[in-house]
Each structure stands twice: as C-alpha cells, then as structure tokens.
Design a protein around this ligand. Structure first.
Ligand code: NAI
Length: 343
C-alpha cells in the first residue's frame, strides 16, 4: 500500500492533469451489482474519485435511484444507472476502462464462500461475457465470491471470446490486507495506516495467508496463531454480527475503492511503483498445478507488471501455504470446469 492517503493522491494527480493538458485524463468506471450492500457505498466512494469521468452503475434492480441520488453530489463525474432492459448491461460496460464486479449473493451465518458458487458463478459468467464482448480491454476487478473460483470463471469467459489478457483480470483481496493491518495495529498499539501486512494465497478461510513473520513484530507463537486465525476468518465475525442480513459491505467498499483508485492511478495517469496485493494468474505455484495465486503485484497501465514472490517466510507460514494449495486448486478447477461445461 502507498503511504499517502489514496484519495488525496488521486485528487492531486487529477489536478495536475487538469492543469497540464487540455484533455482531462479520466476514465469511465462501471460497477456491476451497484445497488447492493457493497455496490452502493463503493459507488459513493468512487463518486469522490477525481480520476473518474463517468460512473456507470448496473444492477438488476434499483440503479436509477442510486444513480439519481449520487448524481447530486458536487464532484465532476457523471453518474448513469442501468437496468437489464434496453441493453443496459452493454451500455453500462461499453468504453469502461475499469469494471468492478460486486454482484451476487453474500454469505449467511454458517456458510462458506464456496456455498455461494452455484448462484454467483452464473451471475459472474453473464457479466464477464458482456465485459468480454463490449469492453475487452478493460481492467476487471472481481469482488463476487468465491473469488478463488470467480477469477478463473472470468478468465475462461475472456478466453472464449478471444479477449483474454491475464494482466487485466484481478481478484480483489484488499479487504484481507485492510483487516490484517487493523488487527495487527490493535495488538501493537500502532496506527493501522502504517501497518503493511502482506497477505497471500487466495480469498477464503485457510487460503488467506498473512505473512506476519515479515513484520518483525516479535509476536509469540500463540499471538501469531490467534492473529492468523482472526485474519483468515475475519469475514465470519461480520457475517455473525449481521445475523443473516449479509457479510462485510462497508469495509469491503472501502477496500474496493482503494484498489480501484490504484488501478486508476496506474491506468489514467501512468503512476509507477503501484503495488497491490491481488489474486491473479500467477506462476508462483504453477509447478504445483496452481494457476492463480494472490500476492503483491506491481500494476502499471497495462495491468500486472510484476508478480512478487513471497520472500522469506517462517516454517509456520510454509505449513499454511501447503495447507492452502489443495483448497485453492479445487476452487480454481471448479471455476474452469463451470465455464468449460457451458454449451
Ligand atoms: P448484496 O446482495 O447486498 O448485493 C449484491 C447485488 O448484486 C444486489 O444488488 C443484486 O441485485 C445484484 N445482482 C444480482 N444478480 C445480478 C446480475 N445478474 N447482474 C447485476 N447485479 C446483480 O451482496 P453484497 O453484500 O454486496 O455482496 C456481493 C458479493 O461480494 C457477494 O458475492 C459477497 O460474497 C462478495 N464479497 C466479497 C468480498 C471480498 O473480499 N472479495 C468481501 C465481502 C463480500
């Protein structure tokens, strides 16, 4: 994560581009699932982003209202709401530089993210198809769970349409990093903004692997285990507290807005040195048959520029990685198989 607050950087950069060029360097961003628990606060945060010229909101319900409401905010982007009728999805994604996908059902208490597969795989497939057809060059930021499977689904759909570029498809794992920073800071008594925890693997349960040893925090083994467990299952705290009404939405919207801002800074103003943790097509564990993996990734205007290896990790973390691999492999294969079986 960058040290400077993201929105300030974006605003500063946008001002720079306003004054230095006649054409304003801004982009169209589409949010698919924009009327939902994540979609609405995410769209609100994106309305504040000066690098966005057009904020395009698609959902199967309520987007005209959400768009009308947001359009009264005194920031420069134009907000448009689309529903499925009148080719709404096509219009929503056409010319978008970034497509963020938080569409789909969230968990209820007792559910794993994989339990959402049957419903969300179809939704993600449909949205990815529109993206591949009408915005094949866009950056895709996939939030819909199970992310470990939905990113392979989006990738397979893009392959079907001959539009696949692994550099442009991202699974959003930012919330794991946001949570890790917060939970670590609570123990260390530090400002969470200054805590940078590398979290690798995937985005569900044991596939979420925080590399706490790299913090040099001198945590005891007990503290490390407890913290690791809390970061892996932090989402369950929210699902339980919301008691059947959903999963993380506000912290997720914050995380997704942060991630989208990084994509925008790379894409729209060509900022360099942007490093984000994200779940992407990766060679890190390809030798073990794992095609996708989350780790720190450098992003530039073409998308993924460089995937960083895990670096030095403890033997406990090595065990966590080993434990995650079968789960990841299964989720990836499930996503790929889902698309291959579509007639
Ligand atoms: P929600 O149910 O509040 O909102 C989902 C929205 O998607 C609804 O407005 C719904 O109408 C819309 N939708 C359904 N089918 C659609 C379609 N075919 N096209 C467009 N929109 C469609 O759910 P919430 O809480 O916003 O969560 C959304 C997804 O994000 C879930 O899958 C959840 O598991 C996931 N999530 C991911 C996280 C991550 O870290 N990547 C963290 C938290 C949630």
């Amino acid at each position: 994560f960058n040290k400077v607050p993201v929105f300030k950087v974006a605003a500063k950069a946008a001002k720079r581009s306003f004054s230095s060029t006649a054409a304003i360097n801004t982009a169209k961003v589409a949010v698919l699932g924009a009327a939902g628990g994540i979609g609405q606060p995410l769209s609100l945060l994106l309305k504040h982003n000066e690098l966005i010229s057009n904020l395009s909101l698609f959902d199967i319900v309520n987007t005209p209202g959400v768009a009308a409401d947001l359009s009264h905010i005194s920031t420069h982007s134009k907000v448009t709401g689309y529903l499925p009728d009148n080719d709404g999805l096509q219009h929503a994604v056409s010319d978008a530089s970034i497509i963020v996908i938080p569409a789909g059902v969230p968990r209820k208490p007792g559910m794993t993210r994989d339990d959402l597969f049957n419903t969300n795989a179809g939704i993600v497939k449909e949205l990815a198809t529109a993206a591949a057809k009408y915005a094949p060059k866009a950056f895709l930021a996939v939030i819909s769970n199970p992310v470990n499977s939905t990113v392979p689904i989006v990738s397979e759909i893009f392959k079907k349409y001959g539009a696949y570029d692994p550099k442009r498809i991202f699974g959003v794992t930012t919330l794991d990093i946001v949570r890790a920073a917060r939970f670590v800071s609570e123990i260390r008594g530090t400002n969470p903004k200054h805590e940078k925890v590398t979290v690798v693997g995937g985005h569900s349960g044991v596939t979420i692997i925080p590399l706490l040893s790299q913090l040099n925090a001198n945590f005891t083994d007990e503290e490390t285990k407890a913290l690791t467990h809390r970061i892996q299952f932090g989402g369950d705290e929210v699902v339980k507290a919301k008691a059947g009404t959903g999963s993380a939405t506000l912290s997720m919207a914050y995380a997704a807005a942060k991630f989208t801002d990084s994509l925008l800074r790379a894409l729209v103003i060509g900022e360099t040195g942007i490093i984000e943790p994200t779940y992407v097509k990766s060679n890190l564990f390809a030798s073990k048959g794992i095609e996708y993996f989350a780790s720190n990734v450098e992003i530039n205007s073409d998308g993924v520029k460089q995937i960083f290896p895990l670096g030095r990790i403890s033997s406990y973390e090595e065990q966590l990685v080993e434990a995650a691999l079968p789960d990841l492999k299964m989720s990836i294969e499930k996503g790929i198989k889902f698309v291959k079986e579509i007639k």
